[in-house]
Design a protein around this ligand. Structure first.
Ligand code: DOR
Ligand code: ZN
Length: 427
């Protein structure tokens, strides 16, 4: 195993520090370190963060390897500064058995670019009717702790209650895609002024808020952990604040795109902006940013949703919802919230807290002697222009094409080995 000497990294934006990386851990820290035979990495001006952890990634394998594979998605993640991602269950076949989650977990190990932690489905085939074998997935080699039907809502309150009861036994968590399906039949975009102008069927805020309100009460009743995926409305923030003040065990995520983009984008009719939940209003964006700073929304998760060209470059109504996120997430968060969060706040929301929610004990740890060397080095002064063709993802559906963004990941280390060096993936 190569030894690495990182020279002058600013840990969480602090004073320049040298780090000696040996045998998968941070072996020494200080100034003026030297080590014979070590490979030197010049980190002058670079900020070191604990490796980012994404709680919400769609990798598309098995089933849609034309859109993304565990390997291509892992590479995109490493380039985005991630050392761990949680892979959503809406693959084909669905990740609803020990066999499928073990397969995804193994593919992640083989790719070796990030730790891929599979999420298990709550219901068989995401059908919303019958609980999947949550215990078997939890006991499998993949040790699943998060369960989600993401893409679909667990709409039946009785089933949601049973799922919460079941995972409570092993301190698991149900990650809910909050969308009351009866309120979003035929929905194409956020229900509001812009949808009215465009004549598109709307996805009302109350479809999200009514499920979150119900589910925090169910989580309180059961005493189990609930995680709310991709919170998108100001009203949801109010419900989450209320729930947290009551001591309900709920965490919530916001996506980079919901922190930046609004429903005005739909006026282009470009399906790259079609996503579920939809882009909302400027007032929602402002409320979500404030909630992330306040901590009512705990974390940023990408909802990285790669789609093949034929599923995205078509008429809006036929396009699949979702957008790429892994390679641009950190830049978007820096762009929208670094001023208020600082580097420590970004580490909290993109690494430490998601690692804790997912139970990934080797991740989300600030660089310190003896700690697993899972970290990323970021150039905060760099600017880069997003070229879809240059992305590592197998898909091209980024909403930031030709946009210039701040900050670039220069290197990422996973258990002491670089997965990214000089801004390029090492494998
Ligand atoms: O936009 C979305 N895309 N939202 C989801 O909930 C699912 C995801 C996907 O799988 O493409
Ligand atoms: Zn979702």
């Amino acid at each position: 195993m190569t030894t690495y000497l990182i020279k002058g990294a600013r840990i969480l934006g602090g004073e320049p520090t040298d780090l000696l990386i040996r045998d998968g851990v941070v072996a020494e820290m200080g100034s003026g370190l030297s080590a014979a035979g070590a490979r030197v990495v010049d980190a002058d001006g670079l900020v070191a963060l604990p490796g980012l952890v994404d709680l919400h990634t769609h990798l598309r394998e098995p089933g849609r390897e034309d859109a993304e594979t565990v390997e291509t998605g892992s590479r995109a993640a490493a380039l985005g500064g991630y050392t761990a991602v949680c892979a959503m269950a809406n693959t084909s076949p669905v990740a609803d058995t020990a066999g499928v989650v073990e397969q995804v977990w193994r593919l992640g190990r083989e790719a070796g670019l990030v730790d891929v932690q599979p999420i298990g489905a709550v219901t068989v085939g995401l059908n919303g009717e019958q609980l999947a074998e949550l215990g078997a997935m939890a006991d499998s080699a993949a040790r699943v702790r998060i369960f989600s039907d993401d893409g679909f809502c667990v709409a039946d309150p009785r089933l949601m209650r049973r799922a919460l009861e079941y995972v409570k036994a092993f301190d698991g968590v149900i990650a809910q895609h909050a969308e009351e399906p009866r309120l979003t039949v035929g929905a194409q975009m956020h229900e509001g002024e812009v949808a009215a102008r465009l004549g598109m069927t709307g996805w009302p805020a109350v479809a999200e808020e009514s499920i979150i309100a119900r589910d925090v009460l169910l989580a309180e009743h059961v005493g189990a952990r609930l995680h709310v995926c991709h919170v998108s409305t100001a009203g949801s923030v109010g419900i989450l604040r209320w729930a947290k003040e009551r001591g309900i065990r709920v965490t919530a995520e916001v996506t980079p795109h919901h922190l930046l983009l609004t429903d005005e984008r739909a006026t282009s009719y470009d399906p790259v902006y079609k996503v579920n939940p939809p882009l909302r209003t400027a007032a929602d964006v402002a409320a979500l940013r404030a909630a992330l700073v306040e901590g009512v929304v705990d974390i940023v998760a990408t909802d990285h949703a790669p789609h093949a060209v034929e599923d995205k470059e078509c008429e809006w109504a036929y396009a699949r919802p979702g957008m790429l996120g892994l390679e641009t997430a950190l830049s978007i968060v820096i762009d929208t919230a670094l001023d208020q969060l600082g580097w420590d706040g970004i580490a909290q929301r993109m690494s430490r807290t998601p690692a804790r929610i997912a139970g990934l004990t080797e991740h989300g740890l600030d660089p310190a002697v003896g700690v697993p060397a899972n970290f990323t080095l970021v150039d905060p002064a760099a600017r880069w222009t997003v070229e879809p063709a240059d992305l590592a993802s197998r898909s091209r559906n980024t909403p930031y094409a030709e946009t210039t963004l701040p900050a670039r990941v220069v290197a990422t280390f996973l258990r002491g080995e670089p997965t990214v060096l000089d801004g390029k993936a090492t494998k």
